[in-house]
Design a protein. Structure first.
Ligand code: HEC
Length: 140
């Protein structure tokens, strides 16, 4: 039953659209405008927006492998801030990349609250830099 309902609504919308187009007067223009409006509200996720960027591809793979995903999500705060919030707070400059790389390697607390990010001394600095560049890419 649940499958049939939206389908039949679609058929009704389509047939009224076809009817409106056949009309060819001012009324038909109004009808097709209302029919198109919802399509513009479809939101593209940040992952979709940047998925083809090499910085995204390299950095997201390394962040996944390093386990950052246990505490960070792209658009939602979990234990740590969302990457999108971090990207909003810091400009993508070499100084900020270096500073945030230090925070990930040494651990940090106080910039986002009272929960501490643990240190990651086992990670290569160049790899963490790739992850940070990916995080700072994720501007809304
Ligand atoms: C155990 C949970 C946890 C893990 C794992 C973790 N983080 Fe965090 N992260 C946090 C918390 C909590 C904060 C907020 C720290 C603060 O308030 O300064 C944070 C903050 C950050 C910040 C912002 C730092 C700042 O100074 O504003 C970045 C960037 C970041 N994390 C990246 C990473 C990356 C990259 C990894 C993987 C190598 C990672 N995190 C792994 C919990 C975590």
């Amino acid at each position: 039953m649940k499958l049939i309902k939206p389908f039949s609504i679609g058929v009704i919308a389509l047939s009224s659209l076809a009817y409106a187009c056949g009309g060819g007067n001012t009324e038909s223009t109004e009808t097709s405008n209302t029919a198109q409006a919802p399509a513009k509200e479809v939101k593209v996720s940040l992952e979709d927006k940047y998925k083809d960027d090499p910085v995204f591809i390299t950095g997201s793979a390394k962040a996944k492998e390093a386990g950052c995903t246990a505490c960070h999500m792209v658009e939602r705060k979990v234990v740590g801030p969302s990457y999108a919030d971090v990207a909003e707070k810091y400009e993508n400059t070499p100084e900020n990349v270096a500073m945030l790389t230090d925070h990930v390697i040494n651990g940090n607390v106080g910039n986002w609250g009272e929960i501490q990010m643990p240190s990651h001394p086992q990670l290569e600095r160049a790899d963490v830099e790739d992850m940070i560049k990916y995080v700072l890419l994720l501007k809304r």
